[in-house]
Design a protein. Structure first.
Length: 589
C-alpha cells in the first residue's frame, strides 16, 4: 500500500525529456489547427462545422496540461520548492500562448446567427455536439473580440493566479505557537476543534493573530483579484457578480437564487442547532473556536489501513467496482495520505481528461479522516466514470462534483455508525448535522458575504482589511445566531478562506449536499437505484446538472430545496430528543 503520490505515473522526474516533447506537441497542434481553420468558413454547413468540431475534439486531448499538472501537484507537496513552482508557471505561460491560437474557434461559432443556431441544434449530423453547442451559444454574448480574449487569458495569471498562489504559499509557511511548539498554520487550523476548551481558545486566538498579521497582504490580494473580476464582468456584460460562475457551472441563475434564498430564509435552523450545540457542550454561549467541536469522543481510531477497509466495505454496497477502484489507487500511489511541513492543507481530488487521477489527504486517524477519504474517493469515482466519454463531455460540472463526493461520504458515515455504541451514535448524529450545517448554511453565508464584498469593492474601488473582517463577522453571525459570539478577529478568517478566491464556488457545496441527500434516500429505499446513480456518474457534461438530475427523478426547484432542509430539521428534532438522555448520562459521569 503506497501512501505517497507516485508522480512517475505522469513523468519519470523533473528532467524527463518527455515533458518538453509534450509541450512542443501541444504548441505544434495548436499552430496547425489555427492554420487549417482560421479565416476559413467552417460554419457554412452542418457538415463543415462537424468536421471542425471533430478536429478540435482530437486537439482537446492534447490540451489537458499533463506537464503543468506534474509540477503543480508536486508543488502542493512541497510549497517551499520555488523551482517547482517556477516550472509550473513557465509551462502555464507556454500553454496559454499556444491555446490562445484557438481563441478564434469558439468566437466564430458564437457569431453564428440565431436562425442558423437553431438549424445546427436540430441537425442530426451535429447531435454528438448538441449540448456543447448549446453552451457555446449561451456564452457567445459574453465573449470579447479575439484580441481581447487572448489578452484576458494571458493576464489572468499575473492579475489573478499569481496573487492567489503567492498568498497560499505564504500561509503554508506560517507557524503558530502552541504549548511551546511551532505548528504549521494548516495543522494548527486542523486541530483546534479537537483540543480541550482552554487550549482551543488559546490556539484560536493565536491563529487569528497570525491571520490578522497577514491581512495587509490579503487585503491587497483580494482587492486586486476582485477588481480584476469586476473589470472582466463589466467588459463581458455579466449583470451580477455570480453570473459568470453560475453559467460556467451550467446551472440556471433562478435555480441558484432559489437555493440561496431558501437556505438564507432558514438560517433559523442553523441558529437552532448552535443553541443545542452550546447546550451539549455545557455552555450558555460559545465562540467560533467551538463551532466544530465534537460533543464527545469517539474513541475508536482509524489508521489508514483501517480507513481503507471500512470505505471499501461501504462502497461495495452500491457496486463492487467502486471498492476495486480504491484498491487500485492505493496500489499505484494515487493517494498522498499524511500531513507534513510544506504540504498543502485540507484534501482534494485532481483529475483531468484521461490522465491518472490523484487524491490529496492529511490523514490523522480520526473518524473525520475516514469520511474525508470517502468524500475525495467519491470525486475520484466520478472522474473515472466519465473517462470513456468523448472529450467534449468528459469531466463534470462543479455543481455535480459535490453530489458524487457527499453521496459516497454518507455511505461511509452510515457504515461507521454500525461500529459505534449507542452513546457514540448520538455523537455521530451530532457530527453529521454539524457537517450539514457547515456544508449548506455556512457556505451560503459565505456566498452572501462574497456578494456583499464584490458589491462594495465595485462601488468603492477597494475595501480595507479591517472592513472585510467586519463584513465576514456579520455574515458568520447571521447563520450562527445568538448562541455564538462572533468577533471581528474571527472575521480575519477571510485571509485563509480559499473558497472566496474561487468566486461563488461555495454554492456548489450546498447544492451538492441537498441533491446527494436525495440520491441517498432513494438508494436506501430501493437499492436498484444504484443504476440511476451510475447513470448520473457517467453523464459527465453531456447535459446540464438540472437535466441530469431530472433524468433520474430529481427536480432541483424551490420545493426540492425546501424538502431537503426539512430533512435536516428532522435530524435536529431527533438529536434534541436523544440529547436529553445523553445529557443525563454526562452529568452522572
Amino acid at each position: 500500500m503506497k501512501t505517497e503520490w507516485n508522480l512517475g505515473l505522469l513523468y519519470k522526474n523533473d528532467k524527463d525529456p518527455q515533458i518538453e516533447k509534450d509541450i512542443i506537441v501541444l504548441e505544434q497542434a495548436c499552430t496547425a489547427f489555427e492554420k487549417k481553420y482560421k479565416n476559413k468558413d467552417f460554419t457554412a454547413t452542418a457538415q463543415s462545422l462537424f468536421s471542425a468540431l471533430k478536429d478540435y475534439q482530437v486537439l482537446s486531448d492534447k490540451i489537458i496540461g499533463k506537464s503543468w499538472a506534474y509540477f503543480a501537484l508536486k508543488s502542493d507537496l512541497d510549497s517551499a520548492n520555488s523551482s517547482v513552482s517556477a516550472a509550473a508557471t513557465r509551462i502555464e505561460q507556454r500553454m496559454s500562448l499556444a491555446t490562445n491560437k484557438l481563441t478564434f474557434f469558439s468566437l466564430v461559432i458564437g457569431k453564428v446567427s440565431s436562425s442558423k443556431q437553431k438549424i445546427f441544434l436540430e441537425d442530426p449530423i451535429l447531435e454528438p455536439f448538441r449540448y456543447k453547442l448549446e453552451k457555446l451559444f449561451k456564452r457567445a454574448k459574453y465573449m470579447l473580440t479575439e484580441q481581447e480574449e487572448q489578452l484576458a487569458d494571458l493576464l489572468s495569471q499575473p492579475a489573478f493566479g499569481m496573487w492567489v498562489d503567492a498568498q497560499d504559499r505564504i500561509l503554508t509557511q506560517k507557524m503558530v505557537k502552541h504549548k511551546g511548539e511551532e505548528l504549521p498554520l494548516p495543522k494548527a487550523l486542523s486541530i483546534i476543534s479537537d483540543l480541550p476548551k482552554k487550549e482551543r481558545h488559546v490556539l484560536s486566538d493565536a491563529v487569528n493573530a497570525v491571520l490578522e498579521a497577514q491581512s495587509s497582504v490579503a487585503e491587497a490580494e483580494i482587492n486586486a483579484i476582485y477588481n480584476y473580476k469586476k473589470i472582466m464582468d463589466e467588459r463581458r456584460g455579466y449583470k451580477k457578480p455570480y453570473s459568470a460562475t453560475v453559467l460556467g457551472y451550467e446551472n440556471e441563475e433562478k435555480e441558484v437564487e432559489a437555493l440561496i434564498a431558501m437556505v438564507t430564509k432558514n438560517f433559523t435552523l442553523s441558529q437552532r442547532f448552535y443553541s443545542l450545540h452550546a447546550k451539549l457542550l455545557g455552555e450558555k454561549k460559545i465562540i467560533m473556536a467551538d463551532r466544530a467541536v465534537k460533543i464527545g469522543t469517539i474513541k475508536k481510531k482509524f489508521d489508514f489501513d483501517s480507513a481503507v477497509s471500512l470505505v471499501k466495505s461501504a462502497f461495495e454496497q452500491v457496486d463492487a467496482s467502486y471498492a476495486g477502484l480504491l484498491d487500485t489507487y492505493v496500489e499505484k500511489g494515487q493517494i498522498d495520505v499524511f500531513p507534513k511541513k510544506g504540504k498543502r492543507g485540507g484534501a482534494y481530488c485532481w483529475g483531468y481528461g484521461t490522465l491518472p487521477t490523484f487524491v490529496l489527504l492529511n490523514h490523522t486517524n480520526d473518524i473525520k479522516s475516514v469520511e474525508t477519504l470517502a468524500h475525495e474517493m467519491g470525486h475520484a469515482i466520478h472522474s473515472e466514470s466519465v473517462k470513456p466519454l468523448p472529450p467534449q463531455y468528459r469531466g463534470y460540472s462543479t455543481a455535480t462534483a459535490e453530489v458524487a463526493s457527499t453521496f459516497f461520504e454518507q455511505l461511509v458515515t452510515d457504515q461507521l455508525e454500525q461500529t459505534l455504541s449507542d452513546e457514540e451514535k448520538v455523537i455521530l448524529l451530532h457530527n453529521k448535522i454539524l457537517g450539514d450545517i457547515s456544508t449548506i448554511f455556512r457556505q451560503v453565508a459565505c456566498f452572501n458575504f462574497e456578494l456583499d464584498l464584490h458589491t462594495r469593492i465595485r462601488a468603492e474601488g477597494q475595501v480595507n482589511g479591517g472592513d472585510i473582517a467586519e463584513l465576514l463577522q456579520k455574515h458568520l453571525q447571521s447563520y450562527t445566531g445568538k448562541a455564538m459570539n462572533v468577533t471581528k478577529n474571527d472575521g480575519y478568517f477571510y485571509v485563509n478562506w480559499s473558497h472566496i478566491r474561487r468566486f461563488f464556488y461555495v454554492y456548489s457545496y450546498a447544492y451538492g449536499q441537498l441533491v446527494s441527500r436525495a440520491l441517498y434516500e432513494k438508494w436506501k429505499a430501493d437499492p436498484s437505484y444504484a443504476k440511476k446513480i451510475e447513470q448520473f456518474l457517467k453523464a459527465g457534461r453531456s447535459m446540464s446538472p438540472k437535466d441530469i438530475f431530472k433524468s433520474i427523478g430529481i427536480n432541483t426547484n424551490e420545493a426540492f430545496f425546501e424538502a431537503g432542509l426539512k430533512g435536516i430539521e428532522a435530524d435536529i428534532d431527533k438529536l434534541e430528543k436523544l440529547s436529553k438522555n445523553w445529557l443525563k448520562k454526562q452529568k452522572k459521569k
